[in-house]
Write a protein that binds this ligand. Structure first.
Ligand code: FEO
Length: 399
């Protein structure tokens, strides 16, 4: 399939409606995704920017042959080596082994490491450009660690399009491909989920790179990421969101995330939530059982929260596996400026809240300094204590 962005630029990617998980099972993609590849037709040269994930390689190359003609392509720009964008390179370069592949030095490493081929790599750095003729010039901007060391963006002057690769993307399949045709609430929720789960650890770099880009005073009419919708209407909206999300983003929300065995930890969570509500009635409070809900939705809600309480009953002197998995995920995301506390039910040894506290502290959370431990099933006295704990936590979170 081919879609026109402008007279000279077309989308030639794949819409993956069936995709339900990404990065193996690490990221849920309930709205599917797209692998956006673009063709830029200059007066003298035609460039292909990125390809698609390997399962779609043959389909991609066939469509490219039909809509563009493989013999019409003069060069490939590989903005990023990850397989969802480079997966069709082996099939394409088997047919056109002469094609130069413009990419960063780190992308050469990742592409060689993954495909073990000696392609015609042309290493580029920030500021390097490639004139396609007719006023259409590609300029490369390295964006290391957004989100791989090999990542870069490509700006097309003459058409004022920023091919931003993973940045500004979303795992969101739409038939129209453009933000002005998307469902606004779904688009927002997929965009913030993508930022929270993928870009959070790199927030300082996000701010720095966006400021660097803005300082170039480039006219940007379209932002074309490698996943999801293309930002055609008011493209600066997503840039503004990224600046906001990268700046220790939080809403007036407290999240209680827990798993439970015999409902004691759940009842404790509900009592703590009551205490928070009493002390801070305007704060939005959410409870999520991480044993039952999607882990990436939990991460998104942590991202939106100013504070979190994490709870697990004690099992085998440890914590339930759903909570352990979440803590590992959260540690890697390196959230900043968020407050936290731990809680949980126990019958015998009661290690879980202490272990959770330690994990969260190591993950960069500011801890309350005490945990709520509930012996056996909570009775009236312990419910009262849990409510008091919630009131205390609300005060701590509100500081
Ligand atoms: Fe969409 Fe980092 O790959």
């Amino acid at each position: 399939m081919e879609r026109k962005l402008t007279e000279a630029v077309s989308w030639n990617g794949i819409i993956d409606w069936d995709l339900k998980s990404f990065h193996g099972e690490e990221y849920s993609t309930w709205s599917g995704s797209t692998y956006n590849a673009f063709v830029v037709r200059g007066k003298d040269k035609t460039a292909l920017i990125d390809t698609v994930w390997m399962p779609f390689a043959d389909e991609f190359v066939e469509e490219l042959e039909k809509n563009v003609g493989l013999d019409k392509i003069d060069l490939i720009v590989a903005n990023h080596g990850e397989v969802d964008h480079s997966g069709a390179l082996p099939a394409l370069l088997e047919k056109r082994p002469d094609l130069p592949v413009y990419c960063t030095a780190n992308a050469v490493k990742s592409l060689k490491g993954q495909y073990h081929k000696e392609w015609n790599f042309q290493v580029v750095k920030t500021g390097d450009s490639l004139d396609l003729g007719g006023g259409r010039v590609l300029t490369f901007v390295e964006i290391p660690m957004l989100h791989w060391p090999d990542s870069m963006m490509t700006y097309l002057s003459g058409e004022n399009i920023l091919f931003s690769n993973d940045a500004f993307g979303q795992h969101y399949a739409t038939h129209s491909l453009f933000n002005d045709d998307a469902e606004p609430e779904l688009l927002m929720s997929e965009a913030i989920k993508y930022y929270a789960n993928i870009l959070t650890p790199f927030s300082p770099l996000v701010t720095k790179k966006i400021k660097e880009l803005l300082s170039l005073n480039l006219q940007i009419d379209i932002i074309a990421p490698s996943h999801g919708v293309i930002w055609r209407e008011n493209p600066t909206w997503i840039v503004e969101r990224y600046l906001e999300w990268a700046d220790n983003y939080q809403e007036d929300q407290i999240l209680m995330v827990y798993d439970t065995m015999w409902e004691g930890t759940r009842k404790s969570a509900e009592a703590v939530a009551e205490g928070i509500r009493e002390a801070s009635p305007t704060t939005r409070i959410k409870l999520m059982n991480c044993g039952k809900v999607d882990k990436n939705d939990v991460v998104t809600e942590i991202f939106r929260s100013k504070a979190v309480l994490v709870g697990s009953p004690t099992i085998n002197k440890g914590i339930l596996h759903s909570v352990a998995g979440l803590l590992e995920q959260v540690a890697g995301l390196r959230f900043k400026s968020k407050k936290a506390a731990a809680f949980g039910c126990y019958g015998w040894s009661g290690e879980a809240p202490g272990l959770i506290d330690k994990h969260l502290k190591e993950g960069g959370f500011e801890m309350l300094g005490e945990q709520l431990k509930v012996l056996w099933n909570p009775d009236d006295e312990t419910i009262t204590a849990a409510r008091e704990f919630g009131r205390k936590f609300a005060g701590f979170a509100g500081k």
